[in-house]
Ligand binder design. Structure first.
Ligand code: SF4
Length: 284
């Protein structure tokens, strides 16, 4: 006889668990299916950093290392009000700059990068953000990931942005086995048409932040579970999984203070509250 309080048997999924594709052709097909499915789940996927121009996106992306986009979005309005151009930021007092960006963490190193990249923009690029990968990665604090964010979202140059979420999901989908972001980028480039690279990056990162978390993926509430060879890596009970959903999928605000018009969730709050601190402590 079942004792009271004993949980019911796990709910079986309404699909046969997908296998890791065995051939490159099968992997290409699976990757494109997942991309199309994610496009339906997140038709409004977008960069989650608030920005109005290339310089702001570059600065915000440098600040986003090891913190949430929300934290950056709550920090940059005061920063850009005080230093609106590369020339203004290049002349910033380092201590004042550190104080302004302190909430984003690693503020001494980030301040050094911002001062260095602003000076380079002012002195070597006529105060403009350059539009090529080769030039962008010469700027202090700017690696391939940051460069691809700027290229894809300001200059319309397709790029795959491999952050912690993208790398994790690429491995869960079987798109790459590597922990090296550059190798993951190359592996995925071989699977998805170039024209899709920037939007694929947004969709995958959206999914990683909302549903396919690092520690507790919400498999039981995942709309692409039937395509995913890693189904079962996390909670499969639909009711329990539903509770793990974040941002608009969990009925909560997003990360942007100024989200795009088609974003179905609410804008984030200007001030950081206790709930945001919890998010920071978890996944960026
Ligand atoms: S949440 Fe689970 S089923 Fe969905 S993509 Fe992640 S690992 Fe796969």
């Amino acid at each position: 006889m079942a004792k009271s309080g004993v949980s019911a048997a796990p709910v079986k999924p309404a699909f046969k668990k997908a296998k890791f594709p065995a051939t490159h052709t099968a992997l290409v097909r699976q990757a494109r299916k997942i991309n199309r499915a994610l496009a339906e789940v997140y038709p409004y996927a977008h960069p989650e950093l608030d920005f109005e121009n290339a310089f702001q996106l570059l600065v915000a992306t440098v600040l986003s290392a090891q913190t949430t986009d929300l934290r950056v979005n709550q920090t940059t309005p005061a920063l850009f009000a005080k230093y609106p151009t590369p020339a203004a930021l290049a002349d910033a007092n380092p201590e004042e700059l550190e104080e302004l960006i302190r909430p984003t963490g690693f503020f001494r190193n980030k301040a050094k990068s911002l001062l260095g990249l602003s000076k380079a923009l002012r002195d070597d690029f006529g105060g403009e953000v350059p539009g090529t990968l080769a030039e962008l990665v010469t700027l202090p604090g700017v690696g391939r990931k940051t460069a691809n964010v700027v290229l894809g979202n300001v200059f319309g140059v397709p790029g795959i942005t491999v952050d912690t979420h993208f790398g994790r999901l690429a491995r869960r989908f079987g798109w790459s086995q590597s922990e090296d972001p550059v190798v993951v980028e190359q592996d995925v480039m071989a699977l998805i048409p170039k024209s899709e690279w920037t939007m694929l990056s947004h969709r995958v990162v959206f999914h990683g932040r909302r549903i396919c978390h690092a520690q507790k993926p919400a498999c039981g509430a995942c709309p692409i579970a039937g395509l995913c060879p890693s189904y079962g890596a996390g909670e499969t009970d639909p009711v329990k999984a539903e509770k793990l959903l974040k941002y608009e999928k969990g009925g909560k605000p997003g990360q942007r203070l100024k989200p795009p018009a088609d974003f179905p969730g609410e804008a984030a709050a200007r001030q950081t509250g206790p709930q945001d601190m919890a998010t920071d402590a978890g996944e960026a």
